[in-house]
Design a protein around this ligand. Structure first.
Ligand code: FAD
Length: 438
């Protein structure tokens, strides 16, 4: 018997319920990945993620070959291609992971239509706890993180399983060439499950509780792109961190719960990827010159500019910098969160509809923040999270000569640096009127 394992956002051999089920359902498995031109058509196939994906697929193919199999790659509509391969290989079942976006839901509907009862959709492949597994009484999703987190901690977990030691794949199934893609950002991390597991082993989880907000320390896991493409299982990571124990591991697991929180919300409200989750009064300010200065890291606030330049260079940005750059755009300049979210999605290697759009909404006050009027003061954020200016010095080298924290106020010492888009004295006023809390 033959089964098809259709890979989507689960590009790994370890703890992969789709692969695991396919292997137990049949003697032979066709590991299939379909490059869908519609992903490019909706603008989601940004060069950084394309390049990262290409590396993930090459690594998956290499790992499969080591256990006697190989990756079958096709171009086209995933549902049609899966049906075609199932027919070619005379497969009894096709296995795939459940998705949360409107796009993934459409793919699933088409798969059901074309494959009928042969299709097996697996939950909890993408997240630790599947969307919809924990819900508040009478509602289909949680809108507030704290009660979600409480319920999430109590939710039953499946135990992670290891990678298969051997996988037999039928001969004679043609595969397209693995794609080659050039990233936009020169500092992109290496893609694939092997790199992901190496990064997890290398990273110091114990330091996380103290260092996760320190911009220059760079003490976060940097696992987000691997989690986005499923090179690592969120369930396995949570189990490993729990087994490790300590404050750092606990804080890390909490972040995985945030990821699940956004996924359960998007699964219940796919339209929240584009529409305000909580409608807000009033319009947004539009000014292309300001938006360009923000995108290019020329706002005149070095802490904001440093974040934007890290994004450009690495295709990744520290969470604290994401928060303060997003707050600057939406709460200080009053630009529509969709403008910022689109720019992030063009560059982020971990760019993810659930995490990106819903974090943007959280910052903009249209999402799930219980204090939607909160505004981050870029200068206070700089003083608190980059006290010596080391993060700014790394990303804004033209200011590197300014000593210590004076780097955060270049209008006093570096007249050639772009003038602040909002004058510091107006900033204080804008923050007061917006009831700044942080
Ligand atoms: P760690 O601090 O090591 O956290 C571990 C993991 O937990 C992360 O890899 C991530 O999967 C998850 N996580 C951490 N923080 C969050 C959070 N606030 N929301 C959801 N999951 C979280 N994350 C993305 O994965 N993709 C995005 O497109 C994305 N866009 C964002 C946009 C904005 C405006 C903001 C404020 C945050 C965004 N985040 C996004 C969340 C967060 O910034 C990143 O997940 C984190 O910076 C990734 O770095 P890390 O892997 O070192 O995180």
């Amino acid at each position: 018997t033959v089964a098809v394992a259709l890979f989507t956002q689960d590009l790994r051999l370890h703890d992969n319920p789709v692969l695991h089920a396919a292997r137990h359902a049949a003697d032979q498995v066709v590991p299939l990945f379909v490059l869908d031109p519609d992903v490019a058509a909706v603008g989601f196939a940004a060069p950084n993620r394309q390049a990262f994906l290409a590396a993930c697929l090459a690594d998956l193919d290499a790992s499969l070959r080591r256990i006697g199999s190989r990756l079958v790659l096709r171009h086209g509509d995933p549902a049609e291609q899966a049906a075609r391969i199932a027919a070619e290989a005379d497969a009894d079942t096709v296995h795939v992971a459940a998705g949360v976006s409107a796009f993934a839901r459409r793919r699933e509907t088409r798969l059901r239509r074309l494959l009928g009862r042969r299709l097996h959709v697996h939950e909890a492949v993408l997240t630790v706890v599947p969307p919809g597994r924990v819900t508040p009484a009478g509602r289909d999703h949680y809108a507030v993180f704290t009660p979600y987190h409480r319920a999430w901690q109590q939710a039953p977990r499946r135990s992670p399983h290891g990678a298969p030691r051997r996988l037999d794949t039928p001969d004679g199934i043609g595969s397209a060439e693995l794609p080659a893609a050039r990233p936009h950002s020169p500092g992109l991390p290496p893609g694939g499950e092997s790199a992901a597991r190496q990064q997890w082993r290398r990273w110091d989880v114990d330091g996380y509780a103290d260092l996760h907000d320190a911009l220059a320390a760079d003490g976060t896991s940097r696992l987000s792109p691997y989690l986005h493409f499923g090179c690592l299982s969120a369930g396995e990571l949570a189990a490993r961190a729990r087994a490790h124990g300590g404050d750092g591991a606990e804080a890390f697991v909490r972040q995985l719960a945030w990821r699940d929180f956004h996924h359960q919300l998007l699964a219940a409200r796919p339209e929240a990827a584009h529409r305000d989750y909580r409608p807000r009064d009033g319009g947004w300010h539009r000014d292309e010159r300001e938006a360009d200065a923000w995108r290019e890291g020329r706002t005149g606030y070095p802490i904001v500019d440093a974040g934007m330049r890290q994004l450009e260079h690495e295709g990744w940005m520290h969470n604290r910098a994401r928060l303060l750059t997003a707050s600057f755009l939406t709460k200080t300049l009053h630009h529509d969160w969709r403008v910022g979210a689109a720019h992030f999605l063009r560059l982020l290697v971990d760019g993810d509809l659930a995490n990106n759009q819903l974090n943007w909404q959280w910052v903009a006050g249209t999402g799930t923040d219980t204090r939607p009027n909160r505004v981050l003061n870029p200068l206070r954020q700089a003083d608190r999270y980059d006290p010596d200016g080391a993060y700014v010095r790394r990303w804004v080298p033209e200011l590197a000569h300014l000593p210590g924290p004076s780097i955060h106020r270049p209008w006093l010492l570096a007249p050639d640096y772009p003038a602040p888009l909002v004058a510091p004295e107006d900033l204080a006023l804008r923050l007061r009127t917006a009831r700044a809390l942080d």
